[in-house]
Design a protein around this ligand. Structure first.
Ligand code: 2M8
Length: 445
């Protein structure tokens, strides 16, 4: 019986990925996100590696073909075949053609968490063929350039961590983590008279960021665009500068993955190990708060840690060399009533502290459960010797998709599907979880 469920889930995931495939990349969702997104592509490559490794490599090659001269990997690569009006902010808004070092294809000027080296490494491990080795040889210098950009131009705080300049760069767009620095961004919803949001054509308005959030997103992007997306002088002029635990933990995990990739392509792994150790030390030093016992983003403009206890605080667990003290602290935080991680989970993992007054169960990154976040935490738990908690989380993720479908996100109490119904990374990462897990009796029959 369980096998039947697993077979059905694999078919659903394959069908979702296939339905979102667009010749050389995968769209996150046909309705809400009709172009290529950066970290979505990395997650999707992990899934394609189980079905069609050729597509995993194609996906990453298409994304990195749009890398900027300074090494940044843009958070959106626009598909010229799709009407610009289908998504806001589209190519006209970003106007990347006018920026120095932008690629020929239209892109945004922002980045997203650098989970690509990890994805490439996992795709190669799943199918270590000649095709995979050749793709890794092509990707390796580009992945190194991506890391160099983060560690160089984006180290605005000067302490060895990358800064994000927009909440979209974290991937957790409207997380309560960003409320204090966003509140300091001058914006007026009247700006939205000049533009039209497209997301609310396809998704319930109460499940999405507010108009005030969007006004601030637009103001921040316009400010960065006005300086040609250059990073010099950010600390004097840019209104949002934050060291994010996820972006930096992903950068550290990327150096570990690059050490593995370097060995395959004949490069020296040692510098990657050194950089990985430095990033982990800086993440602990700058973003761990011994008083709260969890990680927080640091606002570089004020110097303060941002107080919300969101799921971002758990994600440094993906660092293989995270010290035991912080591993234990994250596991305690994850098991607390705030996140409810358990070997048998009663409810899905939320994206925000469910005991907080600003927890919102249906609004996007302010409470709902997301499979990519669960997958990252699941990997961290397995890597740090918590197989039972990892299995509990895997069973909870499988249950969500088995009962609601491959949704973008899920209600953190009821498990109801929210957002886009055929979402690529949900399908892709579910395939990875299914391939690594015995789902056991937790899967509904
Ligand atoms: C969401 O972000 C985009 C902006 O980048 C949006 O709301 O329009 C986020 O969930 C982000 O993490 C994700 O990569 C993107 C596409 O799935 O959608």
């Amino acid at each position: 019986m369980v096998d039947v469920v697993v077979t059905r889930l694999r078919a659903l995931a394959a069908d979702t990925l296939d339905g979102n495939w667009e010749d050389d990349h995968t769209v996150p969702s046909r309705t809400l996100y009709p172009h290529q997104w950066s970290w979505d592509s990395a997650f999707v490559a992990v899934g394609w590696a189980h079905l069609r490794p050729d597509r995993a490599w194609r996906e990453l090659r298409t994304l990195f073909a749009a890398q900027w001269a300074d090494g940044r990997v843009p958070h959106i690569v626009f598909n010229p075949a799709r009407r610009g009006g289908a998504y806001f902010p589209g190519p006209d808004f970003w106007d990347s053609a006018r920026a120095d070092g932008a690629p020929a294809v239209a892109t945004s000027g922002l980045l997203q968490p650098p989970v690509h080296a990890l994805a490439a490494w996992l795709a190669h491990r799943r199918a270590p063929t000649a095709q995979a080795r050749s793709a890794l040889r092509w990707l390796y210098p580009r992945l190194v350039a991506q890391q160099r950009y983060l560690a160089g131009r984006r180290d605005v705080g000067g302490a060895g961590l990358a800064c994000i300049v927009h909440p979209w760069e974290s991937g957790l767009d409207n997380s309560p983590a960003w409320d204090p620095p966003l509140a300091a961004v001058p914006a007026d919803t009247a700006v939205l008279r000049a533009y039209r949001r497209r997301d609310t054509d396809h998704a319930d308005v109460t499940h999405r960021p507010t108009d005030l959030d969007y006004a601030r997103y637009v103001a921040l992007a316009e400010s960065y665009r006005a300086h040609g997306y250059r990073d010099d002088g950010l600390s004097q002029r840019h209104p949002f500068l934050v060291e994010c635990p996820l972006v930096n933990a992903a950068a550290g995990a990327a150096e570990h993955a690059l050490a593995g990739i370097a060995a395959v392509v004949g490069a020296d792994p040692a510098p990657h190990r050194d950089r990985a150790a430095r990033i982990t030390a800086a993440v602990v030093d700058r973003l761990y708060d011994p008083t709260s016992g969890t990680f927080h983003p640091r606002d570089v403009r004020t110097g303060a840690l941002l107080p919300a206890r969101t799921v971002l605080g758990l994600l440094p667990l993906i660092l293989p060399d995270l010290p035991r003290r912080q591993v234990d602290a994250i596991v305690a935080e994850a098991r607390s009533a705030r996140f409810g991680l358990a070997a048998r989970m009663e409810r899905p993992l939320p994206s925000h502290d469910r005991t907080a007054p600003d927890f919102e169960p249906v609004r996007y990154w302010r409470g709902p459960s997301w499979i990519n976040i669960g997958w990252l935490l699941w990997r961290g738990l397995r890597g740090h010797g918590h197989p039972e908690l990892a299995a509990g989380l895997a069973a909870s993720m499988i249950r969500l998709v088995a009962s609601a479908g491959a949704h973008e996100y899920f209600h953190p109490d009821t498990g109801a599907g929210l957002g886009s119904p055929r979402f690529a990374w949900t399908a892709a990462l579910l395939l990875d979880v299914l391939a690594t897990t015995d789902p056991g009796p937790a899967v509904p029959r």
